[in-house]
Write a protein that binds this ligand. Structure first.
Ligand code: XMP
Length: 510
């Protein structure tokens, strides 16, 4: 295990990704962790991340000096290196000028294990203001640039290394080699973190935790909950009870598809709760987006609780929490402060049900969950399924949610997806969907005047849903989407394409 201490760098997760791409398990931990707590985790190496702070600012994040005395190899990156120098008796000098962007690193320690296999001159990527003007005792300078005399330093005897630049970004051309050298040559890690080994280990842990008890799982058919259910099923078979709530606000054909996959193909102990009318009744006359979300969230919990009660006592609840959620909630620097929309997944459930949580995916990133899905043999349609909001189509119908509106949007939505898939754009799109607008416009069909609905089409690209860009679909694809919707979806006479980015817009319209 490699411990990455978080000093607030926007690249923390990237460092973690890179380490895992090297097949080494790592965790991002708060910089406030004490040496004894860290020691318990038995890390092979410690990486101090960069961060926006200047060592001269008040209240800057620092780590316990004792970390450098654990005998565990340390790599300080950017601010992490400056902190290491500062704490070990070196000198950091304030600078008003930032060195930002590409630079050439001259490696002046040919025997450095960190730079093993690299040519003497390397393109790297810098982003710093302050710099080290005196390295601590026992260290030597191992690399410099024209602007920064101590761009890398090391004390091989103590296994302490620092780089002022960012090896984790792709602009540092051989950054991965540097990280690999740290992991394999200095920290003595082995590249044995594979999905196969993860599955074995998790199955062992789930069995140990659950004993002969039962586990309840809210299956939505999305990637995370599907992978979660199949993994737990592998561990405890039919003692996993999966509940799928059909709230009537899902994509076209989704209920059938999910049922077919999990009940028929995977043989899961799988229950579909047909609660469509319940949800639609509760939504009657409601147009306010936040109220819609709250109603759906509350109703979901009610339905789920009722079902759970029928099953008798179940002690465990499985939840598809992923690593970015964990980091966000425990980050030493806090997650995004403003709640823009009240998101609902199974939030609120664990507390209400007083069950113990099983969260085997909580150490994984999204693409690792997909890899795990592959390894578990899940079909491509599920592994590559695009995200879908918990409140479903209700937040894509602006205005009242009625049975007719739901059907209309489902049809238009299926056309959008189908045409994007047919044109080979599905992998380049993060999400695609249709939105029903609460306006009617005039049109002409045949010889008659029409006065009907408008559908907005949204297709966006994104890395994590936090920011998004609209996808520049070819005109031909937009053309076939538009003409099919107008021809095949009764009640629609106009189609528009949403060309807004997030921010300032959000992905969903409500
Ligand atoms: P926004 O609209 O906030 O969406 O830009 C960001 C991502 O989150 C999805 N989304 C939700 N997912 N429950 C969910 O599970 C929700 O209530 C919810 N609302 C939005 C949205 O589809 C996009 O991927």
């Amino acid at each position: 295990m490699i411990a990455i201490l978080d000093f607030g760098s926007q690249y923390n997760q990237l460092i973690a990704r890179r380490v895992r791409e090297c097949r080494v398990y790592c965790e991002i931990l708060p910089h406030t962790i004490s040496p004894s707590e860290l020691k318990e985790k038995k890390p092979r190496g410690i990486i101090l991340s960069g961060g926006p702070a200047s060592i001269f600012d008040e209240g800057v994040p620092v780590c316990d000096k004792g970390l450098f005395k654990l005998g565990v190899p340390v790599l300080g990156i950017c601010y992490g290196m400056q902190l290491m120098a500062h704490q070990l008796g070196g000198k950091v000098t304030k600078s008003s000028l930032r060195e930002y962007g590409k630079a050439m690193l001259d490696i002046n320690a040919p025997d450095s294990l960190l730079f093993k296999g690299l040519k003497a001159s390397q393109q790297i990527w810098m982003s710093h203001g302050d710099h080290i003007t005196r390295i601590p005792k026992g260290f030597k300078i191992s690399g410099s640039t024209s602007n920064c005399a101590s761009a890398a330093m090391e004390n091989p005897a103590e296994k302490l290394y620092g780089v002022q630049f960012h090896p984790e970004v792709t602009h540092t051309v051989h950054g991965v080699t540097i990280l690999r050298n740290f992991l394999f040559r200095i920290a003595g890690c082995k590249p044995d973190w594979t999905m196969g080994s993860f599955i074995e280990e998790e199955i062992r842990k789930i069995r140990a935790q659950v004993g002969d008890g039962r586990v309840l799982c809210a299956l939505s058919g999305g990637v995370d909950s599907s992978v979660l259910a199949v993994l737990i099923h592998k561990a405890i078979g039919e003692r996993l009870v999966s509940i799928f709530v059909d709230n009537g606000l899902l994509r076209q054909g989704e209920v059938e598809e999910v049922t077919e996959t999990f009940r028929d193909r995977y043989n899961l102990n799988f229950r579909v709760i047909h609660a469509r009318d319940r949800f639609l009744n509760k939504l009657k006359g409601v147009t306010d987006p936040e109220r819609k979300r709250k109603i759906i969230g509350t109703e979901f919990i009610r339905v789920f609780e009722e079902e759970a009660k029928k099953l008798g006592e179940i002690k465990f609840l499985a939840q598809g929490t992923l690593y970015p959620d964990v980091i966000e909630s425990q980050s030493s620097f806090g997650g995004p402060s403003a709640v823009i929309k009240s998101h609902h997944n199974v939030g609120g459930l664990p507390a209400r049900l007083k069950m113990k949580l099983i969260e085997p995916l909580r150490v994984l990133f999204k693409d690792e969950v997909r890899e795990l899905g592959h390894e578990l043999g899940l079909p491509e349609e599920i592994v590559w399924r695009h995200p879908f909001p918990g409140p479903g189509i209700a937040v894509r119908i602006l205005g009242q949610v009625t049975k007719a509106n739901v059907e209309l949007v489902q049809k238009a939505d299926a056309i959008v997806r189908h045409e994007i898939q047919k044109a080979g754009w599905f992998q380049d799109v993060w999400q695609e969907f249709a939105v029903l607008l609460p306006v009617k416009t005039v049109g002409v069909m045949g010889d008659g005047r029409t006065y009907e609905n408008v559908i907005a089409v949204r297709a966006i690209s994104s890395r994590d849903g936090m920011t998004a860009d609209w996808v520049k679909l070819p005109y031909e694809v937009l053309e076939s989407i538009s003409s099919r919707i107008v021809n095949e979806v009764k009640g629609v006479n106009r189609v528009v394409y949403d060309i807004s980015t997030k921010p300032p817009s959000t992905i969903e319209w409500e």
